[in-house]
Design a protein. Structure first.
Ligand code: SF4
Length: 314
């Protein structure tokens, strides 16, 4: 069957990051996750204690370099790890672990400056929380965005504050929308992280979150499957039977519905979970990432659907 989706030159019926990078940079771009040793206001007691219930001691930076290792060393190791697969690639340093704007601007400068315009890179990605963007930090991010392709990644997970409370997110949907407005006002690219399968949420809520995000001026979305990690609060809740895992069929159906709701221009930077075998409690099917992605492609083709197709009708 011919693929009618305009933001694709493969069988993908959604706007992949790989496609976007080929379009923008003319080739493969690899994001190298880094751990800059930040903490999080949701861990140190400023907004909350203990962190989001699914968050590991790595601060959602499971794939980042080892904490304590000099950042440039982490970056070089990340490049080496991908070089045999993609020798021609260029790179985006990705400040991933914990909250990467939770420090005074001088500290942020120390961490970010060596990576801005570094040969072989095409931009910079910074993951943070909506409540960690005071005016002086926004000014600095705006300055970075004038010098390189900056993406700020905001963890929303759900548009529902009731879910936010349930997972101890400790900031509100209103704070998130205010942060998106501020970042966009300053011309900064925004990527939003969402999680499907959070406790207390049904399919209708997961679709409603995407419906709301679709109305905001966001540039990219990461659709994560909730994966439950050993040693976390949620891991304990799972073992006590208080958290249910999604089946692969449920997840595929929900993601395809969500893709249909998102504007076709929005880049889908991730479409499933990325847990590690050694620490993953559930769902174990998520380890077979290729299988999940193939099932999504197959379902979109079966529906003869594509990203944005259902925006008017759903
Ligand atoms: S905001 Fe991020 S780093 Fe902070 S507790 Fe939640 S998941 Fe962990």
């Amino acid at each position: 069957m011919q693929n009618p989706f305009e933001y694709s030159d493969t069988n993908k019926r959604y706007h992949t990051l790989e496609y976007e990078n080929r379009r923008r940079y003319g080739g493969r771009v690899v994001k190298v996750p880094l751990d800059a040793g930040f903490t999080c206001p949701n861990i140190d007691g400023c907004r909350g204690r203990g962190g989001c219930t699914y968050c590991s001691s790595r601060g959602s930076g499971e794939h980042a370099g080892l904490p304590g290792t000099p950042l440039m060393e982490q970056f070089r190791a990340g490049i080496e790890a991908s070089r045999s697969k993609w020798p021609e690639a260029r790179y985006i340093p990705y400040f991933q672990a914990h909250t990467n704007t939770y420090a005074p601007v001088e500290v942020l400068r120390e961490k970010f400056e060596p990576f801005i315009g570094l040969p072989g890179t095409v931009g910079l990605s910074i993951a943070t929380r909506a409540d960690c963007l005071p005016p002086e930090v926004l000014d600095y991010l705006e300055e970075i965005a004038r010098r390189t392709d900056l993406t700020v990644e905001l963890g929303l997970q759900s548009a529902f504050d009731s879910t936010g409370e349930r997972i101890n997110r400790c900031h509100s949907y209103a704070e998130f929308t205010a942060a998106v407005t501020e970042l966009k006002k300053r011309g900064i690219r925004v990527c939003v992280h969402l999680i499907d399968g959070l406790p207390g949420e049904d399919r209708a809520m997961m679709l409603e979150t995407v419906r709301r995000v679709a109305k905001l001026p966001v540039d990219a979305v990461k659709l994560h499957l909730l994966y439950i990690i050993k040693g976390t609060v949620m891991g304990q809740e799972y073992l006590e039977g208080k958290v249910r895992e999604l089946s692969m069929e449920e997840y595929v159906g929900i993601v395809c519905d969500q893709l249909e709701l998102l504007p076709p221009e929005v880049v889908i930077e991730r479409i499933t979970g990325d847990g590690e075998e050694a620490t993953l409690l559930a769902p174990l099917w998520s380890l077979k990432k290729r299988r999940v992605m193939n099932a999504i492609d197959k379902e979109m083709a079966r529906r003869n659907s594509w990203q944005g197709k259902g925006r008017e009708t759903k």
